[in-house]
Write a protein that binds this ligand. Structure first.
Ligand SMILES: Cc1cc2nc3c(=O)[nH]c(=O)nc-3n(C[C@H](O)[C@H](O)[C@H](O)COP(=O)(O)OP(=O)(O)OC[C@H]3O[C@@H](n4cnc5c(N)ncnc54)[C@H](O)[C@@H]3O)c2cc1C
Ligand code: FES
Length: 288
């Protein structure tokens, strides 16, 4: 049978045929029933959906472009990108952890148990792991912690030790602390007691390097922390990856809304975060 280049209708979880159509296309639009959707604090929500076989193939660091219901009378045209927070293969579910910041995410927050979430994905390039690594360090802040959770889980499943440095304004905003604690050591650093200061985080990184617990760096969610890991990684020859966040439109490559500047061998390069990322080499990221 000749392949059609594009799917003509979404995959409806629980209703569409079990064998996914068009196996040569890695992403698809799917309608996913909401299993649960709860506030974890005043700003963040945890969303769990039943997922299609293609969605379940998502890799840590990849994302879905979500069609958010409008929170008001107006239309909401563009989808909103959210990286995968947890992949539950046993229950065939995908989880998101997101912060409500504007119309899209406040609209998304209205979805309730039994509603369908329309998502396109998995999209983009995710994190990679070198099996030779024995111990990695993840360093994130805010919603960046949601993006770093699945790579920490994957590293642990591959027998790689994980130290997670979780930066937040105050204790109630240390996201996913329990999930990180299940896969490795957690070090919380806060604005309220000053431990999130760059000098202190640098001292923690230096200690981990001295203890040979830093074969690679992963970061997301803070320009300040990206610059720190980039500087320390360069000085100490430690490879690293960063998941970048950028306002997007199509999420698929053609619109160029998500272009950012990168630096490769001293040359400036423009790259699309949605399709060439969102995960990039730490030393090539310029930050913002
Ligand atoms: C690859 C990727 C993965 C992401 N994963 C997560 C996640 O796991 N959890 C999470 O909470 N958020 C995540 N984000 C950010 C999320 O996409 C934005 O918060 C969301 O699109 C905002 O939509 P809105 O309509 O609610 O807000 P808007 O009204 O569009 O914007 C409100 C504020 O959020 C900022 N904003 C809008 N879009 C983005 C964006 N794409 N990135 C950063 N800031 C933005 C705007 O500049 C503005 O200050 C991710 C973004 C990208 C690109
Ligand atoms: S969002 Fe359209 S090219 Fe990246």
């Amino acid at each position: 049978m000749a392949h059609r280049p594009f799917a003509s209708s979404p995959y409806v979880v629980g209703k569409s045929a079990l064998a996914p159509a068009e196996p040569h296309i890695p992403a698809e639009e799917s309608l996913c029933p909401v299993v649960s959707h709860d506030w974890v604090n005043a700003e963040y929500k945890h969303l769990v959906v039943d997922a299609s076989p293609k969605a379940l193939a998502v890799r840590p660091g990849q994302f879905f472009n979500l069609l958010c219901p409008s929170p008001d009378e107006g239309e909401l045209w563009l989808r909103r990108p959210q990286s995968v927070y947890r992949i539950d293969q046993a229950k065939r579910r995908i989880e998101f952890l997101y912060k409500c910041v504007g119309r899209g995410t406040y609209g998304l927050a209205r979805l309730k148990h039994g509603d369908d979430l329309n998502m396109v994905g998995p999209l983009g390039v995710g994190f990679s792991i070198d099996p030779a690594w024995k111990h990695v360090v993840v360093l994130g802040r805010g919603v960046g912690l949601a993006t770093l959770a699945p790579i920490s889980q994957l590293a642990a499943e591959n027998g790689i030790g994980v130290t997670a440095i979780l930066s937040a304004r105050s204790p109630e905003f240390v996201m996913a602390g329990d999930l990180f604690a299940r896969v490795g050591e957690v070090i919380g650093v806060l604005d309220t007691d000053g431990t999130s200061a760059v000098d202190n985080v640098e001292a923690i990184l230096t200690r981990l390097i001295a203890e040979r617990r830093a074969d690679a760096f992963y970061t997301c969610g803070s320009n300040r922390l990206l610059q720190l890991m980039k500087r320390v990684g360069k000085a100490r020859g430690i490879p690293g990856q960063v998941a970048m966040e950028q306002v997007m439109a199509c999420g698929l490559g053609p619109c160029y809304v998500c272009v950012r500047t990168f630096e490769v061998d001293g040359r400036k390069e423009l790259r699309r975060v949605c399709i060439e990322g969102p995960v990039f080499d730490l030393q090539e990221a310029v930050g913002w």
